[in-house]
Design a protein around this ligand. Structure first.
Ligand code: HEC
Ligand code: HEC
Length: 450
């Protein structure tokens, strides 16, 4: 008898809601089943599914096209747009030709190109040595990760987007020209050389407390596929061995279910997104991380007040939910058929999970630890240079799915292992695995299959 008001409410709800609900009330008073959807796939009556679609659409647009107002930095302070347009269009220097842009690893989104331009590219009727063509590509919003604003014949400003580093294209039309591949690291992109084109690097010089010539030398030392996210925190441009301190651009796909992000586990996806949008892209927003208030470890960040950044207007915070949602929705791509030996990979799987003990950290199918996925340098047998540049002073177990998209530049945060065989040899030595030649070969085939 006590359940009666509940039953009435449910019946009333079921009657009121004629669009697809089936209210089933068991008059036996023992069990009441709640209304169920007649069709769980019908988004018109599924507010959560509808919200998910909206979040994905909004997140994709933010990931691909949002600059968070960072034109004030790249255009306003660095005047990078004046080097892109060149003297002929009111800027400085020769201007960025499409050929230069492609050789710096910038990518062209074929789906954004007007049919006439695409036709001209296909028929090789386009002048790849003319900066005017670069401006036309920018007008069409076809340069992945770069947004330019026009003023007369030239440019008023330029800004960058997440997709600059975290997307590439499938080269469907020509090398560097194709359909977008969101989340794939652009290992061709020479970010440092692109920034070094800017005529005014005084913003970096002041931040780092060095002269502009040194800033330019540091930027030009990064090389393709690399960026140094910690430089603006600790000012360390080179490792003790003299090589660049920049790390490889990681994958931004296959991150769902993964606890900590970045090579050194700075935080969750939304932590890092806020970090990057504010501190690296120089968008206008809010970022709070008291760990940066550490003058000994993060002298540049402490001096600049990066532990508590509050800009008006805040063009970032409201975008974090959809941006995270979209990133978590990007699946890791599958390697093409024929790119690995299937029977070797099947045998290698057993080695990965067994004799080689890889799965103790790279737990399938996440291929990182469900839980706290962090390790000391000693545990993986490498130096502590990069880990010591992060709050926890550890390395995060890299999720391995889609490894085939990041063989360019090598493996581990700094690309120290040129190929997967070297990675396997490293673990074999530091973990005393005593793997046979056959084990090693099979393990490599398995890694290629992920
Ligand atoms: C200039 C190049 C560049 C841009 C632009 C950039 N990133 Fe990154 N991103 C990197 C690099 C390099 C790292 C590795 C940093 C590290 O580990 O210290 C990284 C790391 C990440 C990670 C961690 C991935 C993992 O392995 O867990 C995520 C997520 C991410 N970026 C998202 C974004 C988003 C979202 C934006 C736009 C708001 C963005 N990035 C803009 C270069 C870039
Ligand atoms: C103690 C935990 C641990 C074990 C055991 C382990 N790994 Fe790793 N693995 C890591 C960490 C941490 C990284 C990140 C290192 C870096 O970026 O410097 C990593 C990185 C990698 C990478 C590089 C991924 C990339 O995109 O650069 C590969 C490949 C890899 N591991 C394969 C293996 C294989 C194969 C085994 C077994 C032989 C194995 N790992 C055993 C923790 C582990």
């Amino acid at each position: 008898m006590k359940t009666r008001p509940v039953q009435i409410a449910i019946v009333a709800a079921a009657v009121a809601c004629t669009a697809g609900y089936v209210g089933h009330v068991d008059t036996g008073a023992q069990q009441t089943s709640l209304p169920t959807f007649t069709d769980r796939n019908d988004r018109s009556i599924d507010p959560i599914g509808r919200n998910a679609e909206r979040m994905i659409d909004a997140g994709r647009a933010i990931f691909r096209f949002d600059t968070f107002g960072d034109e004030a930095f790249w255009g306003g302070m660095l005047k990078l747009h004046t080097a892109i347009e060149g003297r002929r269009f009111g800027g400085v220097g020769p201007g960025l030709t499409p050929a230069n842009a492609l050789s710096l690893g910038l990518k062209v989104d074929v789906d954004a190109l007007p049919a006439s331009v695409l036709g001209a590219i296909r028929q090789r009727r386009i002048d790849l040595d003319d900066p005017a063509v670069t401006l036309a590509l920018l007008d069409a919003n076809a340069v992945v990760g770069v947004k330019a604003r026009r003023a007369g014949r030239g440019l008023a400003s330029v800004g960058i987007q997440c997709a600059l580093c975290h997307s590439t294209v499938d080269n469907a039309v020509a090398p560097g020209i194709g359909h977008r591949l969101d989340g794939w690291p652009n290992r061709d992109l020479n970010v440092g050389a692109i920034i070094a084109l800017a005529p005014d690097l005084s913003a970096f010089a002041e931040l780092l407390g060095i002269d502009e010539t040194t800033v330019r030398a540091v930027l030009n030392s990064w090389g393709p596929g690399r960026f140094d996210a910690e430089l603006v925190l600790d000012g360390k441009a080179f490792r003790p061995d003299g090589k660049t301190a920049a790390t490889l651009i990681p994958a931004a796909f296959g991150l769902a279910g993964v606890n900590l992000h970045t090579y050194t586990g700075w935080g969750s996806v939304p932590h890092w997104n806020a970090f990057v949008a504010n501190l690296e892209m120089h968008g206008s927003g809010t970022f709070v991380d008291a760990r940066l208030n550490d003058a000994a470890r993060f002298p540049v960040a402490a001096r600049a007040g990066f532990a508590d950044v509050r800009n008006e207007p805040d063009l970032i915070t409201s975008k974090l939910p959809a941006l995270q949602f979209y990133q978590l929705a990007i699946p890791a791509p599958r390697p093409p058929r024929g790119s690995f030996d299937e029977s070797g990979a099947a045998r290698g799987k057993a080695v990965f999970n067994g004799a080689a003990r890889c799965a103790s950290c790279h737990v399938p199918p996440l291929y990182t630890e469900p839980g706290w996925n962090m390790h000391t340098p000693a545990e993986i047998g490498i130096d502590d240079f990069q880990s010591s540049r992060s709050p926890d002073q550890r390395y995060r177990t890299t999720p391995l799915a889609g490894l085939f998209t990041r063989h360019k530049g090598g493996f581990y945060h700094d690309g120290r292992f040129a190929d997967l065989r070297q990675v396997v040899e490293h673990y074999n030595a530091v973990l005393n695995l005593n793997l046979t030649e056959q084990h090693k070969r099979d393990l490599v085939e398995f890694l290629k299959s992920l």
